[in-house]
Design a protein around this ligand. Structure first.
Ligand code: ASP
Length: 318
């Protein structure tokens, strides 16, 4: 297993939230919070590591996460290299490690990696130079640690005490790296109750999400929840026959106003994006007063700044 911490217990790589303990999780959340500014305000900046370089390697599509990492890096004064993977040598047969070694030779300090192959970010982390860090920006259906962090940061900003919280996650939990990472963080923070709502075909394996309640009925799953998170159906991770048809899915599991009314009146609504309006969520709810979806996006940049600052401190000292 990849060692995410260095020999003195500092964060060196971020591959999964599973092994990140509560003090470190809270340190990252506090730090991310310190980078959050109001809408329209000048974003926070930093310059302690100005001139260091981040290479974004996204071997799967991304809009939010990639631009979020890029903006976070730039706000810390870092250089950013966005490798165009459609023209990269990996498609010409060069192994991913050769690509990494080439970029290491050009003095890249951080690799931000998204890949459809499980285990790839950890494998790269195990093979980079000691002065280089790897950040997982989405690994198959397994982990998306910065999304997990920004999700719990958003919950904490609204709700504070995790032990009192009831969180309902609706949708394609089986294939969602977001649900996996967010639940790792929620467990570490001692969430009161985690409920998974999905048809049987989209429920995770029995040995995953220990301690979570499972509901196939959305009404009982949502009742009195403090946080309601909906997820996109990960069509790219299923064969065509298994993909539920959008209209009947919306009828059974779509988050509309009537269903949201079953949660607590001050419940917040979350979605990692990209959203399919009319499939997992109605526009009325997505754009409604309980939605914190855009706050999640804003928190994403602050979270990635916090993570990059932290690993750069580990690599190069304060
Ligand atoms: N953007 C998230 C991810 O990369 C969620 C999604 O794609 O549905 O996993």
């Amino acid at each position: 297993m990849t060692m995410q911490l260095d020999s003195s217990g500092k964060l060196r790589h971020l591959i999964t939230l599973k092994d990140i303990d509560k003090p470190m999780l809270e340190m990252l959340l506090d730090r991310a919070d310190s980078f959050v500014t109001g809408r329209g305000a000048l974003p926070r900046n930093g310059s302690a590591f100005a001139g260091r370089t981040v290479a974004n390697l996204f071997f799967e599509p991304s809009t939010r996460t990639r631009s979020s990492f890029e903006l976070a890096a730039k706000r810390l004064g870092l250089h950013v290299l966005n490798l165009d993977v459609r023209t990269s040598s990996r498609t010409k047969g060069e192994t991913i490690l050769d690509t990494i070694y080439t970029l290491e030779a050009m003095s890249c300090d951080i690799f931000v990696l998204r890949d459809s192959e499980p285990g790839m970010p950890g494998f790269i982390a195990d093979n980079v130079d000691p002065w280089v860090s790897v950040l997982n920006a989405g690994e198959a259906d397994r982990n998306h640690p910065t999304q997990g962090l920004l999700d719990v940061l958003t919950m904490r900003q609204h709700k504070r005490d995790f032990s009192q919280l009831s969180v309902s996650i609706i949708g394609d939990i089986r294939h969602s790296r977001v649900a996996h990472s967010t639940s790792h963080a929620l467990n570490t923070l001692g969430v009161g109750q985690l409920r998974l709502i999905a048809p049987e075909s989209l429920m995770p394996a029995a040995d995953e999400f220990a301690g979570a309640e499972r509901h196939t009925d959305i009404a009982t799953g949502i009742a009195d929840a403090d946080v309601v998170m909906t997820l996109r159906i990960q069509k790219e991770r299923m064969n065509a026959a298994a993909i539920p048809d959008s209209e009947s899915y919306y009828r059974q599991y779509g988050l509309n106003k009537e269903r949201l009314a079953l949660a607590k009146p001050d419940a917040i609504v979350m979605h990692p994006g990209p959203m399919n309006r009319g499939t997992e969520i109605s526009s009325e709810v997505a754009d409604g007063p309980q939605s914190v979806i855009r706050e999640q996006v804003a928190n994403g940049v602050a979270t990635r700044m916090a993570v990059m600052m932290t690993v750069l401190e580990t690599l190069h000292g304060k």
